[in-house]
Design a protein around this ligand. Structure first.
Ligand code: FUB
Length: 372
């Protein structure tokens, strides 16, 4: 269940989080804020007042943030997260309790540095075709323009992916009047390859609606779970047009194979794709990383081409506190970092906080599993 209800007891951490929840509602229009370096610096084995140990600390504490898509633009780190808010929507497997309405972009000079919250970059009220739920965004840069890609439900309550542009990496962004033609589902991740081609990976099952796109027509009657012996639904992949606003060619389904070259099955829930896909390249190989959703892992699969196929390799990160897992990976000054979220500040699945920690690899290119 995506609801992941927790015991309702008022620990000191929970009381603090209730105060924070109220603060987070009141500053959604703030234009700029920054978090003290002491709060922002990743720490190892930090603990909270409940005695829990965390590998890293929240990057910002005065708003709730999730689904961090990090990029390095002009030598600086920009994080494009969801902005979680408390709306009182009931928890359910559609994810209605993730009722976000805008985006704030975070920036930092280094993974250990001060974090700046650059205020509202795009609001759902300024997207003509959108109705509700601004979920995990991503960004890209090309020819002097920054592109913000965002999934949001349209007036028919179907997730589509929009694009908005700005001359600044922190916005404000102006949305195109229509979603990207042929786009659907959630969690866009745009990867710019060294040859100048850019690709979008996207999709998420259950509340992300990907299972409802068996054909080119949306079918709301399809159940969230596939039969266990069916080939698992894969993330989607499309080449971006030169102007970065459309797909250049058909949307394809990405194949993820097991070590014997067989497609992963839907019943293999600790390995199969659920949501939150990301792409990075290391030593000429393409690393497709994603969340397994209801088994709460971040895992990876490796391929020779951006479109795959990819072969499952292992677990990148063990479960965090909270139901959802979502991440991004960047290289900065010769080291690799993973941005992710948990619910340290609130202990509520829909009020998350983004974090960063180093990603380490073995000599053969495999990734060391992180215990968050
Ligand atoms: O933030 C809403 C949804 O939760 C995202 O789109 C998923 O990846 C999960 O993190």
């Amino acid at each position: 269940m995506r609801t992941h209800r927790k015991a309702n007891f008022l620990t000191p951490a929970l009381l603090a989080s209730l105060a924070l929840a109220s603060a987070c509602q009141s500053n959604s229009t703030k234009t700029e804020t920054s978090t003290a370096a002491t709060d922002a610096a990743p720490k190892t084995q930090a603990g909270d007042s409940t005695g829990k140990k965390y590998l890293a600390e929240p990057l910002v504490r005065d708003i709730y943030t999730a689904d961090p898509s990090a990029h390095v633009f002009n030598g600086k780190i920009y994080i494009y997260p969801s902005h979680d808010i408390e709306t009182g929507m009931p928890e359910n497997d559609n994810g209605d309790h993730f009722a976000m309405r805008d985006y704030h972009i975070l920036s930092m000079d280094s993974p250990e540095g001060k974090v700046t919250d650059n205020g509202v970059a795009l609001d759902v009220k300024d997207v003509p075709w959108a109705k509700r739920q601004m979920w995990a965004p991503d960004a890209a840069f090309k020819n002097g323009t920054y592109y913000l890609y965002f999934p949001v439900k349209d007036k028919q309550d179907i997730f589509r992916i929009g694009v908005a542009t700005s001359k600044s990496p922190t916005g404000p962004f102006k949305a195109d009047p229509q979603p990207i033609p042929g786009s659907y589902s959630i969690d866009p991740a745009v990867f710019a390859d060294a040859d100048g081609n850019a690709y979008m990976y996207f999709g998420g099952i259950w509340g992300g609606q990907l299972q409802r796109w068996r054909t080119a027509k949306y079918d709301s009657t399809i159940a969230p779970n596939q039969p266990a012996n069916e080939v698992a639904i894969g993330p989607r992949f499309a080449r971006m047009s030169k102007d970065m606003r459309k797909f250049d060619g058909p949307v394809q389904e990405v194949k993820i194979l097991d070590e014997n070259g067989k497609p992963l099955l839907a019943g293999d829930t600790k390995k199969r794709f659920f949501e939150g896909v990301w792409m990075h390249k290391y030593n000429g190989k393409y690393y497709l990383t994603y969340s397994t959703g209801d088994t709460h892992l971040l895992v990876y699969a490796v391929g020779d081409k951006p479109e795959g196929p990819f072969t499952y390799k292992g677990v990148l990160m063990n479960p965090v506190q909270g139901w959802t897992t979502h991440h991004s990976i960047i290289e900065f000054n010769g080291k690799w970092y993973i941005f992710y979220h948990d619910t340290q500040l609130s202990n509520k699945t829909w009020l998350r906080n983004v974090k960063v920690t180093e990603l380490k690899r073995n000599a053969d290119g495999t990734i060391e599993t992180i215990n968050p």
